[in-house]
Ligand binder design. Structure first.
Ligand code: OGA
Ligand code: MN
Length: 406
């Protein structure tokens, strides 16, 4: 019996063996300092070593080495502050937070930089809980649906209203779980000749090889643009592009303005032993958010080391917002051979990659259980409308990152 089983080779197995026989001697692409760090933070048993993780909220508890790397800087303008005093602050009304003890908040005028990572800027949570909740709702209810693309579109015919709205109807009892409208059909291309199983595995394989579970839409757009140019076909008019959500645009505009011209000394010196400084010389008036990616992480998810270099405009900063559970964020250099720095990104925190940092490898190897802020819990504050979102957030982290393309 055993031998007959061993002799049977599925198409999948045959393909794999063929691939292996063609490939070079097997070397672990895993033996890089970046991979070592990823392995540490992914490990469940033994648990990771968190000793050198930068915690911008508790810097006084850090080692002297970490302390010596971090510089606190003042933002050029207060976040969300508008010339029009009457206007509401888009990060929420800070005055209402005075009494809140549970909330970790950053001041709206401070940021941190890391001396050996010129171009990386960390802004501690400037949002109120209400403002965070509003963005989380937008991410779940509005952004993950037609006409926006998401990774499920590849294989499924998704309902136009989006999966979240379907989920809401089921939870509210407006639709029965067994109703045919709750069935999300696979695309014909997936149910075709090859078995679904093989197709799915192949797709996954491809993802691991690219080491990037998310593919930005921009990348696809560029590929199409290049193909068109090669064939001499006209480019699609830019008005076909979807309008960028106003609320997210305003947040990023404020962030870009706040870091305009910031300058700090790095650890480097030139041949005359002069200290070198980093200056963000990106002109904030040029900022136009053009591509947004929303990543929805469950507790066991991660994103491997990658560089977001599909955007043509690499001068513009990449602005990234975290919501929900805390994660470990790793950021290294232009290759995986440079050991990354690890830091905590908590709900509301903003990280920015600009200048030389734009081409650095980075990733999220771990989401930390039990770190959801109280104010995002499903029953906090008796807000029945929040319940369904809070339930989702009980096992989630959401990352919104915004780039300029042209
Ligand atoms: C990305 C990314 C990091 C994060 O989507 O390209 O690097 O904080 N995300 O989730
Ligand atoms: Mn990235």
């Amino acid at each position: 019996m055993i031998s007959s089983k061993a002799q049977y080779k599925s198409k999948r197995q045959q393909k794999l063996e063929q691939r292996q026989s063609q490939s070079k001697p097997f070397t672990h692409s895993t033996q890089t300092p970046f991979r070592d760090a990823e392995r540490n933070f992914k490990s469940r048993l033994p648990p990771p070593n968190f000793d050198n993780v930068i915690d911008f909220y508790n810097l006084d508890l850090s080692s002297d080495e970490i302390k010596s790397k971090i510089v606190k800087i003042e933002l050029k303008v207060e976040l969300g502050k508008d010339d029009d005093e009457e206007k509401e602050n888009i990060f929420g009304d800070y005055n209402e937070l005075k009494e809140e003890k549970e909330i970790i908040k950053g001041e709206r005028r401070i940021a941190y930089v890391v001396k050996d990572l010129p171009g990386f800027i960390f802004i501690p949570n400037p949002f109120t809980p209400e403002a965070q909740k509003n963005i989380i709702k937008r991410c779940l209810k509005d952004f993950a649906k037609y006409p926006n693309k998401n990774n499920l579109d590849t294989h499924y015919v998704l309902p136009k209203e989006g999966l979240w709205n379907l989920h809401e109807k089921i939870i509210n009892g407006e639709l029965d779980k067994n109703d045919s409208r709750c069935v999300v059909p696979l695309k014909a291309s997936v149910t075709g000749q090859n078995s679904l199983y093989e197709e799915e595995i192949d797709a996954k394989q491809e993802i691991t090889q690219k080491e990037c579970p998310q593919k930005s839409l921009v990348e696809k757009e560029y590929q199409e643009k290049e193909e068109r140019e090669e064939k001499g076909e006209p480019l699609p008019s830019s008005d076909k592009r979807l309008p960028f959500p106003k609320d997210i645009e305003l947040l990023t505009t404020s962030v870009v303005k706040s870091i305009n011209g910031i300058k700090f000394y790095t650890n480097e010196t030139n041949e005359n032993n002069d200290k070198q400084y980093f200056v963000n010389d990106y002109d904030h008036k040029k900022w136009k958010p053009e591509a947004g990616v929303v990543n929805y992480y469950q507790l066991k998810d991660n994103i491997m080391a990658h560089v977001d270099k599909s955007e043509i405009n690499m001068e513009a900063p990449l602005i990234s917002f975290s919501f929900g559970h805390t994660c470990i964020f790793l950021i290294g250099g232009p290759t995986r051979d440079i050991a990354p720095i690890a830091l905590y990104l908590r709900s509301g925190d903003i990280s920015i990659m600009c200048g030389p940092c734009r081409t650095n490898f980075h990733g999220v190897p771990r989401i930390l259980e039990g770190t959801l802020p109280k104010y995002l819990e499903p029953n906090y504050d008796d807000d029945p409308e929040w319940k369904i979102y809070g339930d989702f957030m009980s096992s989630s982290r959401i990352n919104v990152n915004v780039r300029q393309v042209f």
